[in-house]
Design a protein around this ligand. Structure first.
Ligand code: ZN
Length: 268
């Protein structure tokens, strides 16, 4: 499976790599004593390849893992890092426990046919270290903060703030090169959750998918999400038709339809 990019050192001792399929990002953050890996790809095969790529970096082996959220393209490869503490929000752990092993039998529609066997051979690893709002981790000469900034792409998104490097690893709260995904999302809350990023004043923002971005890229996505939230409010308030909302949405039809449905399930 070809990588979209090689390692990109986005700040001192912080590396990002983009992988096909799904153009998904992984991030490695190194201190003097610990190496934190954020997200682990989708299958054991992909994660084994990732581990090989991490060995090319001037750091020791991965000693901490964090999941940005419970979607399988971010966390299903974790079995490769057996014995390494896995951090996630309480909601992430609960979401993975709720899926259960049978989940991999009903293959998600976004998984390419040739990946089905690899996905079935992998297994869910719920985080064994959890937090609700905020958790500091010392990496040796560097402290990072794991945060749950609020509801957005899911009800349990985790972001990693590396204050000394000006880096924020955003998971799927931020998408670049593809529309945000609303299947488990909170359309009314997502814009405010992104607004909280401003307080960290990050220079580099690592999206869940696509190229690394900055606060301007996030501000654009936040404006689009706020526009969509307004359209959802108008449709569900009976003052705009669904079709009109789809036409005026900053996102494609399919994305907008899912967001409208989610907004109806999860009112502001
Ligand atoms: Zn996701």
């Amino acid at each position: 499976m070809a990588a979209v990019t090689g390692w990109q050192e986005v700040a001192d001792q912080v590396w990002v790599r983009r992988y096909d399929p799904y153009d998904v990002n992984v991030t490695v953050i190194a201190g003097q004593r610990q190496v934190l890996l954020v997200d682990v790809r989708t299958t054991l095969r992909e994660a084994a390849e990732l581990r090989g790529h991490i060995a090319e970096l001037p750091v020791g082996p991965v000693s901490l893992v964090a999941f940005t959220h419970a979607h399988l393209d971010h966390c299903l490869g974790a079995g490769v890092f057996a014995g390494v503490p896995v951090w996630g929000t309480v909601g992430c752990r609960d979401a993975l426990l709720a899926l259960g092993p049978g989940h991999l039998e009903s293959m998600p529609s976004w998984v390419p046919e040739e990946e089905h066997a690899h996905l079935r051979a992998s297994h869910l690893v719920p985080p064994d270290h959890t937090f609700r709002d905020r958790q500091r981790l010392g990496l040796g000469g560097r402290e990072v903060e794991l945060l749950h900034p609020g509801r957005g792409h899911t009800d349990h998104d985790l972001v990693v703030h590396v204050p000394d490097a000006g880096v924020l690893v955003a998971g799927d709260l931020v998408e670049v090169g593809a529309p945000p995904q609303f299947d488990d999302a909170y359309p009314y809350q997502w814009p405010a959750t992104l607004a909280a990023f401003e307080g960290f004043d990050p220079t580099v923002i690592v999206p869940g998918h696509g190229a690394v971005t900055d606060h301007l890229g996030v501000a654009r996505q936040q404006a689009d999400l706020a526009r969509l939230a307004t359209l959802c409010r108008e449709v569900h308030g009976g003052i705009r038709s669904r079709e009109s909302a789809v036409r005026r949405s900053p996102f494609p039809r399919a994305t907008t339809e899912v967001a409208l449905t989610r907004a109806a399930d999860r009112p502001a």
